[in-house]
Ligand binder design. Structure first.
Ligand code: PEP
Ligand code: MG
Length: 605
């Protein structure tokens, strides 16, 4: 029996009656299907968790930096809320209107000169860190409102608190709570999930996730694909449309989230999921089959690794090496920096685990959308994080970071073939600087009698900035290999944020501008006789395989889950025909025509 209050009187009604009344209708939400597959489970709506705020004193000379950090967090909070406002505008009805007012109020608070000024004064006057200044100020406001004994003002106090917590989350970059407490078969529903959050997800427990914010090529999406977690991002109306406890289907292949599905829909998706599992099992038979085209061209298929725990999976899928080891995992979800020993141990395990197959380790690519708590104050987001102090620029600005990484790589290189890859290179000078640093670190280690890779590992560059592609000839003279990062290359060439759902439909690696830069870089590598691979997401999509190989690339690195499908495509491919089609494609100036030419080719076999 269930008890409820109605018109001030307690009434009782049977659970069965309550169930009939609350049985919710099926609702379908559309979004970006960023990680294929079907996840069926129970919704867990992720609330903002309690935040641990450290309080510490900031030396007087660092106050301007602290203020800058605070302003960066406010700017990020504003951007987040503005996005939510834009999304709410697409809804209709009273609830949408209410949500719109609420978000608008949050936005106004984030622009309020008196609130911002009060926090700035706390930082300057008491020399406390920004997080504790925000917490103290919102605490004082909430207390004042509560003392007025007015329910309306008390509710406004809660709004101030919510806004303050958002700013603090953006300052600490520890966004929300972890996922440890979730029931098995959970589907996570959230406003936003960061790459660091995704790294905490356990696919044995979580069946998939869906969020309001996020684009298809952002790092959260990449991480979901590599964990094999069905995911749909950029789902308008999700918060409020699904609540914890609802049955939810995440259809990551078609970008659909179904809340409270009918029995028929549930059964239908259950069958689809089984069929996908059968297909995946049947593809595992390709594990030991070499990737050779019908006319005999051998392709080297390697895996991108986000987290060390994916190593076994990469081996099981028959990866011939690790073509991109993103080292960001070492810096995520922690407050301190990993030292040389820790990094060396983590890398050595992977290199040794690959048993003689090459491992390409990339130096830190933090910044932009990939934020790390442990770097905290070292990474200021700036006005335009994607164009800011990220990746190699950060490593060169903070040489200790770079030296520690290079030392760990040099030592791990003793366990097997290791290559070093540099992200976001845009000038020859940067490569020279890193090479100098590499030699310096090598000399130091040798002096200490530490065993390191001999000869020194090859030093390669990512081609992912349009400027780098345009000076690919010069870069090819100073680099030992190229890895083409189509994700960032597309983003920067077309000026479209890869993690932004509102422009996701415009993100297109088949734009002729992107393809010309890719072709230019490949040809520069050929002329300089250095190896060139593609490790952006297009490498893992069989649709693009004929084009990339047709342009001459023979080495692809991709998320492990994509390996069997790409291999299967290669086995059916006629390289001569693919080369011919790539030539025709490169003569086109219209991306629609390019898509059609590629799709026709794929449909023909
Ligand atoms: C890329 O930009 O294509 C790439 C592989 O790097 P990341 O996705 O890690 O930015
Ligand atoms: Mg990149």
């Amino acid at each position: 029996m269930k008890t409820e209050r109605k018109g001030g009187r307690k009434t009782r009604r049977s659970t069965a009656a309550a169930k009939t009344k609350t049985k919710a209708a099926q609702r379908v939400f559309e979004g970006l299907g960023v990680s294929p597959g079907v996840g069926i489970g129970v919704a867990h709506q992720r609330e903002s968790g309690e935040i641990q705020v450290l309080e510490y004193q900031v030396p007087a000379r660092r106050i301007p930096e602290e203020l800058e950090r605070f302003h960066g967090a406010v700017a990020r909070s504003r951007r987040q809320v503005a996005k939510l406002v834009a999304k709410a505008e697409r809804f209709h009805g009273a609830a949408a209107e209410e949500l719109g007012y609420l978000l608008e109020a949050h936005l106004q608070m984030l622009k309020s000169a008196s609130l911002i000024g009060a926090i700035e004064r706390r930082i300057e006057d008491t020399r406390c860190n920004a997080e504790s200044a925000v917490m103290s100020e919102i605490g004082a406001i909430v207390e004042n409102f509560a003392a007025m004994n007015d329910p309306y003002l008390a509710a406004r106090g809660q709004d101030v608190r919510e806004v303050g917590l958002r700013v603090v989350r953006n300052l600490t970059k520890t966004s929300y709570t972890g996922f440890g407490q979730l029931e098995p078969n959970s589907i996570v529903i959230a406003e936003e999930i960061t790459p660091a959050d995704t790294a905490l997800m356990d696919p044995r427990q979580i069946r998939g996730f869906a969020t309001v914010l996020g684009g298809a090529e952002g790092h959260t999406a990449i991480m979901a694909r590599s964990l094999g977690l069905p995911a749909v991002l950029g789902v308008t109306g999700l918060i409020g449309g699904a609540k914890s406890g609802d049955t939810v289907i995440v259809d990551g292949s078609n970008g659909r989230v179904i809340v409270n599905p009918t029995a028929r829909c549930l059964a239908d998706y259950g069958r689809r999921r089984k069929a996908l599992e059968r297909e995946a099992r049947s593809l595992t038979r390709l594990r030991n089959v070499p990737a050779v085209t019908r006319d005999g061209t051998r392709i080297d298929l390697q895996a991108n690794l986000e987290l060390p725990r994916e190593l076994a999976q990469a081996l099981a899928a028959g990866a011939e090496g690790i073509g991109l080891l993103r080292t960001e995992f070492l810096y995520m979800n922690r407050d301190d920096l990993p030292d040389e020993e820790e990094q060396c141990a983590a890398l050595s395990e992977i290199v040794a685990g690959m048993a003689g197959r090459p491992v390409t380790v990339r130096t830190l690519d933090i910044g932009g959308e990939k934020l790390a708590t442990s770097l905290g104050p070292h990474v200021s987001e700036g006005l335009n994080p994607a164009l800011g102090l990220r990746a190699i620029r950060l490593s060169l600005k903070r040489p200790k970071l770079l030296e520690t990484q290079l030392a760990a790589m040099l030592r791990a290189g003793v366990c097997g073939p290791l290559r070093i890859l540099l992200p976001m290179i845009s000038t020859v000078y940067e490569v020279h600087e890193v090479r100098k640093c590499l030699h310096k670190v090598a000399r130091r280690l040798k002096r200490r009698g530490v065993k390191i890779a001999d000869p020194l590992p090859p030093l390669g560059v990512m081609i992912e900035v349009p400027g780098a592609a345009l000076v690919a000839d010069s870069l090819a003279n100073v680099a030992d290999f190229f890895a083409i990062g189509s994700n960032d290359l597309t983003m920067y060439t077309l000026a479209i944020d890869r993690g932004e759902e509102q422009v996701a439909h415009l993100y297109n690696p088949l734009h002729p501008a992107v393809l010309r830069l890719v072709q230019f870089s490949i040809e520069a590598a050929f002329r300089a006789r250095i190896p060139v691979s593609v490790c952006g997401e297009i490498a893992g999509n069989p649709r693009f395989t004929p084009l990339i190989l047709g342009l001459g690339v023979r080495e692809l690195s991709m998320t492990t889950n994509a390996l069997p499908r790409v291999k299967s495509r290669i086995l059916r491919l006629d390289m001569q025909a693919a080369t011919q089609r790539a030539r025709t494609i490169m003569d086109q100036s219209d991306s629609g025509r390019i898509s059609a030419l590629l799709d026709d080719f794929n449909e023909a076999g």
